[in-house]
Design a protein around this ligand. Structure first.
Ligand SMILES: Cc1ncc(COP(=O)(O)O)c(C=O)c1O
Length: 334
C-alpha cells in the first residue's frame, strides 16, 4: 500500500523480528508451532505497540503546528508512557489524563509506567474517576492550554483512531513481507484487542495486501460483541483513509472475551501462568494487562485444540513489560 501521502515520523529502525518459540510450543503440546512478532522490541522507552501508531499521530500533530500533546489512559498506561517518550524526543510538552478505572488504583508514587511518566517529564497528570468522558476531559485541558497561548493536539486513548491504526496496517504489510521472505505459512494471527487500533489496523493491512491470514483478538476488557463492533467500525474508517478497496466484512473481526477475568487490568491466574510460561520457556517478558491476558488466550486455545495439529500460529507481542514492576505482589502470591 502507499502511505507516502500521510504525515509520518520514522521511529522504527526496521521490521521487528518474527521468532519461532520452540520451547513454548513443546511445553503446550497439541502439535501447534508458535511464533511471535516482537513489537515489544519497538523503539521508545520500554517498547511496545504505540510507537507504530505514534509515528502517524505525532507527525499529524507536528504538521498542525502543535507544541503540546494531550492524551489519556489507565493509571499504568503503556500508551501514555510511549506518548510521553516520543513527545520528549520531539520537544513537545505532554499532558496526561489518567482514568482510575479501578477505584483507588492511582498512586502518585507507584512504580512501572507511572514512575516513567515522571522520568519522561510529563508536564501535568490529571486523575479522573472511571467512566469519565475522556474526550471531554482532554478537550477541557486543550481549551485551558490554548487559553495560556499553547498549541495543543489531542491523541485519543490508545492512539486508536484511523491515523494511529494506520501504523498497524503498516505492521500487517511488514509481517507479510517477512513471512514471504522466510517462506513461512502462518495459519492464524492472535493479537491483544484493547482500544482496538492494533487489531483494526492489522485487519486492514492484511486485507489491503490480500494476505489472507485470519486475525483474532483477545479482549482485555469488553464483551465479545461490543469489542468486535468497535474494531469493525475502526477498521472501516482506517480502510477508507488508506483507500483499501477489498471489502472488510463484519465476519473478518473475531474476538475472544473469556480471558478478561474480573475486569480490565485485574489479574487472573491464567494471565500469571502465561507470563511465567513465556518468561521461563522463551525469556520473553509480557505484561499483566494486555499481552499477558492475550497470551493466556493463546495458551488456552492451544490446549483446547482450537488450532489443528501442525498449525503455525503467530502471536503479536505488543509489549507492556514495564507494568510488570507495578504487579510484583501478584506474581509472588500465586
Ligand atoms: C502493551 C499493550 N498491548 C496491547 C494493547 C492494546 O492495543 P490496542 O489499544 O491498540 O487495542 C495496549 C494498549 O494500550 C498495550 O499497552
Amino acid at each position: 500500500m502507499n502511505y507516502s501521502k500521510f504525515p509520518r515520523r520514522h521511529y522504527l529502525q526496521g521490521p521487528t523480528p518474527i521468532e519461532f518459540l520452540p520451547s513454548l510450543s513443546q511445553a503446550l503440546g497439541g502439535g501447534v508451532n508458535l511464533y511471535v512478532k516482537r513489537d515489544d522490541l519497538l523503539p521508545g522507552s520500554g517498547g511496545g505497540n504505540k510507537t507504530r501508531k505514534l509515528e502517524f499521530c505525532i507527525a499529524d500533530a507536528l504538521e498542525q503546528g502543535a507544541d503540546s500533546i494531550i492524551t489519556c489512559g489507565a493509571v499504568q498506561s503503556n500508551h501514555c508512557r510511549l506518548t510521553a517518550a516520543w513527545s520528549a524526543k520531539e520537544g513537545l510538552d505532554c499532558h496526561l489524563i489518567l482514568e482510575e478505572r479501578v477505584a483507588g488504583s492511582y498512586k502518585a508514587e507507584a512504580s512501572g509506567n507511572n514512575f516513567l511518566f515522571e522520568l519522561l517529564d510529563v508536564k501535568s497528570i490529571d486523575v479522573v474517576p472511571g467512566g469519565t468522558d475522556m474526550m471531554g476531559a482532554m478537550g477541557a485541558k486543550a481549551d485551558a492550554l490554548a487559553e495560556a497561548g499553547r498549541k495543543p493536539y489531542i491523541i485519543p486513548g490508545g492512539a486508536s483512531n484511523a491515523i494511529g491504526a494506520t501504523g498497524y496496517a503498516v505492521c500487517a504489510e511488514e509481517t507479510m513481507g517477512q513471512l514471504n521472505a522466510m517462506r513461512l505459512m502462518i495459519d492464524h494471527i492472535l493479537v491483544p484487542s484493547g482500544s482496538a487500533g492494533t487489531h483494526a489496523g492489522m485487519v486492514v493491512g492484511m486485507t489491503g495486501v490480500n494476505g489472507g491470514i485470519p486475525i483474532s483478538g483477545v479482549n482485555v476488557s469488553r464483551p465479545k460483541d461490543v469489542q468486535e463492533e468497535i474494531v469493525f467500525q475502526l477498521a472501516l474508517e482506517t480502510a477508507e483513509r488508506l483507500g483499501v478497496e477489498n471489502a472488510i466484512s463484519r465476519d473478518d473481526i473475531v474476538c475472544f472475551d473469556q480471558y478478561v477475568g474480573p475486569g480490565y487490568s485485574l489479574p487472573t491466574d491464567a494471565m500469571v501462568e502465561a507470563v511465567k510460561l513465556f518468561a521461563k520457556t522463551e525469556a520473553i517478558l509480557l505484561d499483566p494487562v494486555y499481552s499477558g491476558k492475550a497470551a493466556a488466550g493463546l495458551v488456552d486455545l492451544v490446549r483446547q485444540g482450537h488450532f489443528p495439529k501442525g498449525a503455525n500460529v503467530l502471536f503479536l507481542h505488543t509489549g507492556g513489560s514495564p507494568a510488570l514492576f507495578a504487579y510484583m505482589d501478584t506474581f509472588r502470591q500465586v
